[in-house]
Design a protein around this ligand. Structure first.
Ligand code: DLL
Length: 424
């Protein structure tokens, strides 16, 4: 599609979308009324700037189903990702949403050079996380074969890579490096395997990591990006040129805005990525602030695709961390500590990457009156908070109880995160 045709289609879809949310989502109707905008004011895609932004906080305020635009009888799947504190962010899909999602992923996979002759292992988490099931149904939609590995089964995964002859593997890039080391340690030469394509995303990675993965696994490694609020994996994907990721623009309209002023920025400038879900039925979102920092380009791509491309994600405009593919906010730790009288409101998350696996240590200060020389008492306290943190964060952490005032403060403030990972 030419850029002109695409923008026309986006404008038509935007008008229908705004009409839908105005009539079906009280949250949006109220926001639009406050801004004195009606669906009739939205005629072309350029009118998008008249619409309100949506944030994770809005999702949290309307937890769990407040932003759904259809009755629950039409929602056939729910997923969820981390909220900034206790409650997760819930997303709901209609049958049509799931069909669009599978088709999008099939498009991504075919851009990676895959077809119905390929066999995929999907080693993203299956469950509330969108990675596993998202890729799974996309592979089926393409007509290829899917092996639903999920995460954390490295020995079995290696055996399957050797015996079942998969040609493609989908997982986080850090897990791909971890697998490469495990395969080397198992003494299995890559030539005994048929792997040729890697589908990596869910966390930031670099072109150097790509080279490393490609050399170690003897594959072509491609970037896939997405977020559960918008759909899940597959919102954008690389092509054979590996020079930016094409956005599935007929379904998701991208903008880059300044995170400070929220003013739209032109192509080429770096800022916060914002998406509007042009066709989504279950939980459509207007101008959702992803907090991911990147830039966009509409320069023609040698592959021939005309969709706008986004650069790699270079950072976040909030304090979200991605640890072993799981999104973590320091405020989630805080919410647990504030509920427990045994602890001071001071904590620190120390993140590192050891042998390609992310490790998280959490330091928490025990209140004077609860501090004890008795090991059994301290162990019980540690287990108690470890259990609560695990249920809120969804990953395990090494908890270290420390004495009151022992976490360094500067100007009275604790530095809540020390991230020692450097993505080379
Ligand atoms: O991570 C969806 C996904 C699964 C994408 C598998 C790709 C592959 P969430 O858990 O909602 O969804 O986390 C979304 O992860 O806002 C980015 O910060 C980050 N992220 C996802 N893909 C990439 C990527 C899934 N390719 C958040 N590069 C997003 C950099 C990524 N960051």
């Amino acid at each position: 599609m030419s850029r002109e045709e695409m923008r026309k289609l986006q404008g038509e879809r935007l008008h229908k979308l705004v009409d839908r949310v105005y009539h079906n989502t009280p949250f949006y109707r109220q926001k639009m009324q406050e801004m004195d905008v009606t669906p009739d004011d939205i005629r072309t895609i350029d009118d998008i700037v008249k619409l309100p932004f949506t944030t994770k906080q809005d999702l949290r305020d309307n937890y769990p189903y407040g932003l759904f635009a259809v009755p629950m009888s039409q929602i056939i799947r729910l997923h969820a990702s981390s909220g900034t504190t206790g409650n997760p962010t819930v997303v709901g899909y209609t049958r049509k949403d799931l069909s669009v999602w599978s088709e999008m992923i099939a498009r991504c996979l075919s851009a990676f050079g895959a077809d119905c002759n390929d066999i995929f292992t999907v080693a993203y988490g299956y469950g509330l996380f969108t990675g596993g099931l998202g890729l799974h149904y996309g592979v089926e939609h393409l007509g290829a074969t899917v092996i639903p590995m999920s995460t954390g089964n490295t020995a079995k995964h290696i055996q399957i890579l050797k015996d079942f002859g998969p040609t493609a593997m989908a997982c986080t890039p850090s897990y791909a490096l971890y697998m490469a080391d495990a395969i080397r340690k198992a003494g299995i030469p890559m030539e005994e395997m048929k792997l040729r394509i890697g589908i990596f995303g869910g966390e930031p990675w670099t072109d150097n990591m790509r080279k490393d993965i490609e050399n170690k696994l003897n594959i072509d490694a491609y970037n896939i990006y997405g977020l559960s609020e918008i759909m899940g994996p597959g919102v954008s994907h690389e092509c054979e040129c590996k020079n930016g990721s094409h956005i599935i623009e007929d379904h998701f309209y991208p903008e880059i805005v300044s995170p400070d002023t929220l003013e739209p920025l032109p192509f080429g400038q770096q800022g916060e990525l914002v998406f509007t879900t042009l066709t989504k039925e279950g939980m459509p979102l207007l101008r959702y602030r992803t907090k991911d920092l990147c830039s966009l380009t509409d320069e023609p791509c040698p592959c021939g695709r005309t969709n706008v491309r986004m650069s790699r994600i270079v950072g976040r405009s909030d304090d979200m961390l991605i640890i072993r593919g799981v999104n973590i906010f320091p405020s989630q730790v805080e919410s647990v500590i504030l509920e427990m009288e045994e602890f001071e409101p001071h904590y620190q998350l120390i993140v590192d990457r050891i042998n390609n696996l992310d490790v998280l240590q959490i330091l928490v200060e025990v209140r004077e009156s609860y501090f004890s020389d008795e090991i059994s008492k301290m162990m019980a306290l540690k287990n108690k908070i470890a259990y609560k943190l695990h249920s809120v964060l969804g990953i395990s952490a090494d908890i270290k109880l420390v004495e009151p005032s022992s976490i360094a403060r500067s100007e009275g403030k604790t530095q809540h995160v020390i991230d020692k990972r450097t993505l080379k």
